[in-house]
Write a protein that binds this ligand. Structure first.
Ligand code: GLN
Length: 288
């Protein structure tokens, strides 16, 4: 009777684990089911010979659970090719590098999509473990978060309507309306160049570009690779002048979290050494 009960419990726990696993349901439930399976299996091995098949399933569940847990990345998936939506998935250079890092750390990567200007606060509050969002290292941001070693370079470029003859670069921007995504280096640099009153801020660069196409603003200031994507998709736009500066992208973590920072730096270093980062970049930003 006792044994019957136990066997039933094992089976229930395992069925739950299997079902939840198959449906990809909430992690919490899955973990609970796996933990149950594990506990019962432990008791079971002491007292009775375990059914081989059940044992294998329990071991698999256990291995999955002890794989190091979940690491949460904060991003804004409106920034192709760095991160963008592909159906229900968030894809791009950053998610792929982050996945390679998580694999090295033996952790499961979870991506949280949010407004760009919410990313640093969410790292500060601990809602996310790290931020990876084509994020430029700036002195101002360094006050709130710590940055890893840089993993990519970028620059800011100006997009204007293809028939614009007035704006030929950053020195001919005065008195023009410049758009950017809120809180980005494009926003900050535009503010320096044309003054707060001439900057239009948007939730995404996509919206800024739509506004430019409609003639509501005169230019958009944004990172070079996303600018290239917009140019490829919009024949009525062009780049004005040369790239303006040099920026470097890095991963942001909570201030003082040296343990995670060291792990990330170690992983970035290895992925740079073995060519993985280059490979991922070349996949999304084909050389000209
Ligand atoms: N590199 C820019 C910044 O860090 C823009 C990033 C973004 O829009 N995702 O501000």
């Amino acid at each position: 009777m006792k044994m019957m009960k136990k066997a039933a419990a094992v089976l229930t726990a395992m069925t739950m684990a299997a079902v939840l696993g198959a449906c990809g349901s909430s992690e919490e439930a899955e973990t609970t089911a796996a933990t149950n399976a594990e506990t019962v299996t432990e008791a079971e091995t002491q007292e009775e010979a375990a059914d081989t098949e059940e044992e294998t399933t329990a071991e698999a569940a256990e291995a999955e659970e002890s794989a190091g847990g979940v690491i949460v990345m904060g991003t804004n998936a409106e920034f192709e090719p760095w991160e963008f939506h592909d159906g229900d998935d968030i894809v791009g250079i950053d998610p792929e590098i982050a996945q390679a890092i998580a694999d090295k750390m033996g952790m499961e990567l979870q991506i949280e999509d949010m407004a760009f200007d919410a990313i640093i606060p969410s790292v500060v509050s601990g809602k996310c473990d790290f931020a990876m969002a084509g994020m430029t290292v700036t002195d101002e941001r360094k006050v709130s978060v710590d940055f890893t070693d840089t993993y990519a370079e970028s620059s800011l470029v100006l997009l204007v309507q293809a028939d614009n003859t007035e704006i030929t670069g950053s020195d001919s921007l005065a008195d023009h309306k410049v758009g950017a995504q809120t809180g980005t280096t494009g926003d900050l640099t535009a503010t320096e160049l044309v003054g707060d009153e001439n900057v239009e801020r948007y939730n995404s660069f996509f919206e800024a570009v739509q506004s430019l196409k409609q003639g509501k603003i005169d230019a958009v200031l944004l990172d070079s690779a996303p600018a290239k994507v917009f140019l490829a998709q919009n024949e009525d736009l062009k780049q004005a002048g040369e790239p303006m500066n040099k920026e470097e992208y890095a991963i942001a973590v909570q201030k003082g979290n040296t343990e995670l920072l060291d792990q990330l730096n170690q992983a970035i270093d290895e992925l740079q050494e073995d060519g993985t980062i280059d490979e991922i970049m070349n996949k999304y930003i084909p050389a000209e």
